[in-house]
Design a binder for this molecule. Structure first.
Ligand code: IMP
Length: 423
């Protein structure tokens, strides 16, 4: 299976990092195709925690790691990430390639986002404040700057000054905020570009060459399907398409080259930021799960909202992404419960809902319908194979796979690499 995609099937934070890290061991190349440093993919190696936000997590396995065209890149953050990983013995320089077509996140994007979130008040999206939305806005408005634009200094000076003038006007006149210094921005950008210049290229060529020569390429999705700009709980979504379909545009390969699509799903549900969350549990139960699940945002540190497994959500993701197998993560967090509710459907205004609604106003009126499964009340964290799991845990896993519409082929039972079951 040369081209494999791992996508998030909930609201992000499903444990894609752990799954990608595991699959990267048998891959030649790992590619991010969308999003930016709003993502946070974490792996524990023994007692050491590694979290990456921009660089594909395959870097930890020494694999060629590509930042694709569909991404938005803050070069400053990339530099920090490189320095941090290098200082811990991870080879970065020789192993990363950056798409010249990827758009840049610039200082004014972050300032504008901060102001815009403030302006929204109680309708704030609860973004990560990394400048993601404003950078994608500029991309579709065709006024963005791309990594490749940093090569031509003459046109860069012009374009950057023009962009800064416009953004400063917005910041000062509309938001009554401070603007950015164009000369300093220019200087920082070209310094950063010169640092990374060797790694900047047309990454789509590398992906295609790898696939044509039979190498195994892993596409590392970021965020989750329910945060997709088109198919998520709009407007409480991110500004890119985390869906598997975006691999084609974001990495630059045709759809027919994708062989395998794996959906990552938590054994329950979590969500950060604002927006509807039908299966949210009460705060006391959330507290019980937060600590063992490490449910604090790896990008922002925010405590995540927690809910029961929602088959309506994952079923929608299975359909939209073409997920043929699921990797269930965080199963061990459920070890503590006598009984575990699983959402099997919704009713809205007393009527059964056929599929996860696209409109948040409709979703707000939905009531989850639960089926309660017996818990297993024992430690799953040491299980090495599916048959090591208690019978009720096996039943739980199979039932959520059945409800979601895809078999479960991976089960993760802890934060460490060894705590992974391949079925
Ligand atoms: P943005 O992507 O920073 O614009 O944030 C938009 C929404 O997506 C917010 O609710 C964020 O909390 C959420 N979000 C973005 N990236 C992730 C992620 O990787 N995991 C979980 N939530 C995310």
């Amino acid at each position: 299976m040369p081209a494999t995609v791992v996508v998030g099937s909930q609201w992000g934070d499903e444990g894609k990092g752990r799954l990608v890290d595991m699959l990267a061991a048998d891959s030649d190349m790992v590619v991010r195709y969308q999003g930016g440093n709003n993502a946070g993919h974490t792996v524990w190696i023994g007692e050491e925690k590694f979290a990456v936000h921009l660089i594909p997590i395959g870097i930890l396995r020494g694999k060629l790691s590509l930042l694709g065209a569909g991404m938005v890149i803050d070069l400053d953050v990339l530099l920090q990430e490189e320095e941090e990983l290098s200082s811990r013995g991870i080879e970065v320089r020789g192993n990363i390639r950056i798409s010249e077509n990827a758009h840049l996140i610039l200082p004014y994007h972050k300032l504008i986002e901060e102001q815009e979130e403030k302006r929204r008040g109680k309708r704030a999206i609860g973004t990560t404040l990394r400048g993601i939305g404003p950078a994608y806005e500029d991309k579709v408005a065709r006024r963005g700057l791309r990594v490749g634009d940093l090569r031509d200094r003459e046109t860069l000076t012009d374009r950057l000054h023009d962009a800064v003038d416009y953004k400063n006007l917005l910041l000062k006149k509309i938001y009554n905020a401070r603007g950015v210094d164009p000369d300093r921005t220019y200087h920082d950008l070209v310094t950063l570009h010169d640092h990374f210049a060797d790694a900047v290229c047309d990454t789509s060529l590398l992906v295609r060459e790898a696939l044509d020569s039979g190498q195994r390429v892993l596409f590392e999705g970021a965020h989750g399907t329910l945060l997709d700009i088109d198919w998520g709980t709009y407007p409480y979504v991110t500004s890119s398409n985390p869906l598997s379909g975006e691999v084609t545009a974001g990495a630059g390969i045709p759809p027919k080259l994708i062989d395998r699509i794996i959906g990552a799903a938590k054994a329950y549900t979590s969500r950060v930021g604002a927006g509807p969350f039908p299966t949210a549990v009460d705060e006391a139960t959330a507290e019980q799960m937060r600590e063992p699940g490490g449910e604090f945002g790896s990008t922002t540190g925010r405590a995540r909202g927690i809910g029961w497994f929602d088959a309506m959500v994952v079923r929608k993701s299975v359909r939209l992404n073409g997920i043929e197998e699921l990797g269930i993560t965080h199963l061990d967090v459920l070890d503590q419960f006598d009984q575990i509710p699983v959402c099997v459907g919704y009713t809205c205004d007393g009527k059964e809902v056929p599929s996860f609604p696209n409109q948040v106003t409709e979703l707000d009126r939905c009531e989850p319908v639960y089926e309660t499964l017996p818990g297993w009340k024992s430690d799953t964290s040491q299980a090495k194979s599916f048959s090591d799991l208690p019978e009720n845990a096996r039943r739980y896993v199979d039932r959520i796979g059945e409800l979601a519409g895809a078999p479960v082929t991976y089960v993760l039972v802890g934060r460490e690499r060894e705590q992974s079951i391949i079925r």
